[in-house]
Design a protein around this ligand. Sequence first.
Ligand SMILES: NC(=O)c1ccc[n+]([C@@H]2O[C@H](COP(=O)([O-])OP(=O)(O)OC[C@H]3O[C@@H](n4cnc5c(N)ncnc54)[C@H](OP(=O)(O)O)[C@@H]3O)[C@@H](O)[C@H]2O)c1
Length: 326
Amino acid sequence: MKRRDFIRMMSFAVAATATGYPKAQITNLLKLEEAGVPIATLNNGVKMPRLGIGTFLQPSNEVCRASVLSALQNGFRHIDTAHAYNDEEGCGQAVKDSGLKREDIWVTSKLWVNDYGNDITPRAIDEMLARLQVDYIDLLYVHQPVGRVLEAYHAMEVAYRAGKIRALGISNFDYPDERCEALLKELMATAEIKPQVLQVECHPYAQRLDVKEKIVKPYNLQLECWYPLGGQWSNGALLQDETLKRIGQAHGKSAAQTILRWHMQEGHSAIPGSKNPDHINENISIFDFELSDAEMAEIRGLNKEQRFYNATYEQTMGFAGGGPRR
Ligand SMILES: NC(=O)c1ccc[n+]([C@@H]2O[C@H](COP(=O)([O-])OP(=O)(O)OC[C@H]3O[C@@H](n4cnc5c(N)ncnc54)[C@H](OP(=O)(O)O)[C@@H]3O)[C@@H](O)[C@H]2O)c1
């Protein structure tokens, strides 16, 4: 029996809830180990599934709920959202509707810049918990290294001690700009609870070797990759790459599966985004094959440190100036 059929067989029938959201109960029988997802032990001892579903650019909370529910039905147990994506409610509803135990799902979110500050961040975290309908967040990031980010981080430490957050993350602290580098040093120097995870753009065309050397290794962080498949602005460049397609074909796999398998074997965490249930299933069906050392080396050889998102630090600092606070 195929893994997908096994998971479907284990799923309960659909029923309606009072919220109007259809409810699809998923049995807890499908443990992470059965799906094959590798688990990272973070520098605070907390264990995180390394493959997750990304939710950037989900067009609505309802679509997001359906995508995340599909991911949970297919064995994903890690959800990546953010206040800025405006879809935390959909993620939280999918967690509820899945019928899975809260502790079996890893929920990540990110504080947006407008929520940075001693006077704002504590309330912003509580509001986030309410949007997600959870008592705690597994991993909370400061989304961008600008504005009052240090105050936000220190408020996150308070929430961590209060049991509202299990791991602390820093996102996009990789701008090649001395002001960003200084901010990272100050954060690391002043943090009583050092961060566990760094989230940056990373894929075979931008393998971020400098970031690994300068940030990930010295600070003992787990690297989590956004745009793991190249993202929307790549126009599918990685998915069309002849080397990735050829290596995939040798294993009966797609280029997307080959890329995600490469991420897993590199030790990355990766959070591919999708609204398509077939893609979602495809993206987790990567634990029944292995890339050889030669294939891993060939994919490493594709690196040209070519990012698909190229905002300058100056432009990102503009985020600190405004934007709606929902
Ligand atoms: N920290 C940050 O600043 C930051 C920035 C960007 C993203 N992120 C996070 O990282 C996640 C991943 O990034 P992303 O979603 O932008 O980019 P991505 O995962 O690299 O690519 C997503 C795109 O690939 C398509 N796709 C997914 N699986 C596929 C498959 N098997 N075959 C063909 N196409 C496939 C999706 O379309 P379909 O919907 O049609 O499948 C979507 O257009 C985001 O969702 C978000 O959670 C964080």
